[in-house]
Design a protein around this ligand. Structure first.
Ligand code: SRM
Ligand code: SF4
Length: 516
């Protein structure tokens, strides 16, 4: 950032506190904070700067903290999963974990005094939570079946890991990228089905060949916010895999130094692209990158509909299968995490993957072990064959833990999907995404039916309600959905959704009586 930007009187309050003390500074103070107790921590450190370490104070449950990890490409080992399970197990009913819409894990119910010990445990198994919140680059997403997918063009895991290592300095924290104007999302697609939602990232690498040479076309500026949602636009640039990290760092430096910092609602990368125009932005990136950027390949390789990876599927390695387990709305209890780790070891190679649909994948299961695998009790909860609507359901955290939430999401989403599934015959998958407020963490704009929490007045009272989005398309030719209904009270939602499913998605009522 230029000095004039840093000292500008127009800086918003977030910029001011970052200029006073960098978010990463609290890393060295963690032991002291833990010794003093969270109540003694300065308010900005507690509610803001600790997010640079992935530690989230939850105003809804004061004293019970959330820890957001980083899992590059959504990959973790059974050993790592077991350590995470043991961390949340300690907190009994308060302890749980959520698979996030960025292929990541968040641990819940943690006590502040335990953080030094928790960080030590994470470090020992090569996990980090560094720079996972606030004005940092969020979890880097990649193909969930990287390295095992017959159809893939490239294994995205090393690229996602290299990006994470460069941005966080191998998980230790990297002051070069800890003061961005706003959050920042990067995705690397490796297969023909766009399983990372490339279009909603600030930078997306999309597979594209030039002749026989493999590389990526770049999309930039995709984002959702309460004020505005935009799909990413082409940068008209193409890079080979070895340039993914240096080019991303160059873009981040341009954003860091030239991004808009006065109005926090207009600080995401797209606002800079708007102000400059894509040509000027591309020129600035090229200058920072230090090389001329090749023009984009005429077409990319995203040719498929998006897969959900649920069920058993053959891998590209002969005789091996991966199992996509449906984790209802991404919620994991400690015993289920231990079980996931055990199944990954007993039946697979110990490798576990997470998806942006908040589900889990166990890889490398031998043909001969499939039958025994199918009869494992965990599969009663995390099904290989979930019912329609429940299968495609995605939900953000909502009111249980998030103070931005205008409605409860996860439990309501699940209950409603189950009821509608029981009452209707679905002839096609319908992807329903819930999000508790306009921040759109649950990505309602990518869904067939997106539900965004709001409030409305009914019978003289303020009640929970949702705005309904439709028309989101994922995979090939992805596009964002738009709002089609406003403020439907949650107690009327089932009837409204049932009608939408019948009229627009060809669902049939199980029996005539049900429709009354
Ligand atoms: Fe998000 C803020 C949860 C993915 C847009 N998001 C928050 C906070 C941190 C607010 C808070 O402090 O309470 C939420 C934490 C609640 C909690 O206790 O869990 C939160 N966001 C989530 C997660 C956990 C939703 C989920 O249930 O999966 C996702 C974590 C991803 C991760 O692992 O890092 C999550 N958030 C997203 C996405 C989806 C994505 O990245 O594909 C978006 C929209 C895409 C985007 O950012 O462009 C998203 N979250 C936001 C925003 C609006 C950003 C903006 O530019 O205005 C906020 C609010 C903010 O940053 O000011 C926000
Ligand atoms: Fe919280 Fe709103 Fe994000 Fe849901 S969409 S997790 S309610 S900030």
């Amino acid at each position: 950032m230029s000095t004039s930007d840093r000292t500008s009187p127009k800086l918003n309050k977030f910029e001011k506190f970052k200029a006073q003390k960098d978010g990463l500074a609290v890393k060295d103070e963690l032991e002291e904070f833990a010794r003093l107790g969270w109540e003694a921590i300065d308010e900005t450190d507690l509610t803001q700067r600790l997010k640079w370490l992935g530690i989230f104070f939850r105003p809804v449950t004061p004293g019970k903290f959330m820890l957001r990890l980083r899992l590059a490409n959504g990959v973790l080992s059974s050993e790592q999963m077991r350590v995470l399970a043991s961390i949340v197990q300690r907190y009994g009913n308060d302890g749980s974990a959520d698979i996030t819409t960025r292929q990541n894990l968040q641990l819940r119910g943690l006590r502040f005094e335990d953080f030094p010990d928790i960080f030590e445990k994470l470090h020992r198994v090569g996990l980090t939570s560094m720079q996972s919140g606030m004005d940092n680059v969020r979890n880097i997403t990649g193909s969930p079946v990287a390295g095992i997918d017959e159809a893939e063009f490239i294994d995205t895991r090393p690229l996602c890991q290299a990006l994470q290592d460069a941005i966080t300095h191998f998980g230790e924290g990297n002051a070069e990228f800890t003061n961005l104007p706003r959050k920042f999302n990067i995705a690397v697609a490796g297969s023909p089905d766009n399983s990372v939602h490339a279009e909603i990232n600030d930078i997306a690498f999309v597979p594209a060949f030039k002749g026989e040479t493999f590389g990526f076309n770049l999309l930039v500026g995709g984002f959702f916010s309460a004020k505005r949602c935009e799909a990413a636009v082409p940068l008209n640039a193409w890079v080979e895999p070895q340039h993914v990290v240096p080019l991303s760092c160059a873009i981040l430096r341009v954003y860091r130094d030239r991004g808009l910092r006065s109005n926090r609602q207009k600080a995401r990368l797209m606002w800079l692209i708007d102000e400059w125009g894509i040509e000027k932005f591309r020129d600035a990136v090229e200058t920072e990158f230090g090389e001329t950027l090749a023009e984009a390949a005429p077409q990319d390789e995203i040719a498929w509909e998006k897969r959900d990876h649920i069920g058993l599927h053959p891998q590209k390695q002969p005789g091996l299968f991966y199992a996509g387990l449906h984790v209802p709305v991404g919620r994991l209890q400690a015993n289920q995490m231990f079980e996931l780790a055990r199944l990954a070891e007993v039946y697979g190679s110990g490798d576990i993957r997470l998806t942006v649909e908040q589900n889990a994948i166990i890889t490398d299961i031998e043909d001969a072990k499939l039958e025994a695998f199918r009869s494992e009790p965990l599969l009663d909860s995390f099904s290989l064959t979930p019912k329609p609507l429940v299968r495609e359901l995605v939900s953000c955290t909502g009111a249980q833990f998030c103070n931005f939430a205008l409605v409860e999401t996860k439990q309501r989403a699940l209950a409603l999907a189950k009821e509608l599934t029981d009452e209707l015959q679905l002839s096609q998958p319908v992807r329903i995404h819930w999000t508790g407020c306009p921040n759109s963490c649950g990505q309602p704009q990518v869904a067939d039916i997106g539900l965004m929490g709001t409030k409305t007045r009914k019978d003289g009272k303020t009640v929970e309600a949702v705005d309904i989005y439709m028309g989101g398309k994922v995979g090939k030719d992805a596009r964002l959905g738009t709002r089609v209904m406003k403020a439907v009270p949650c107690d009327e939602l089932k009837t409204v959704l049932r009608n939408v499913l019948i009229e627009q998605f060809g669902a049939k009522a199980e029996s005539v009586g049900v429709l009354d």
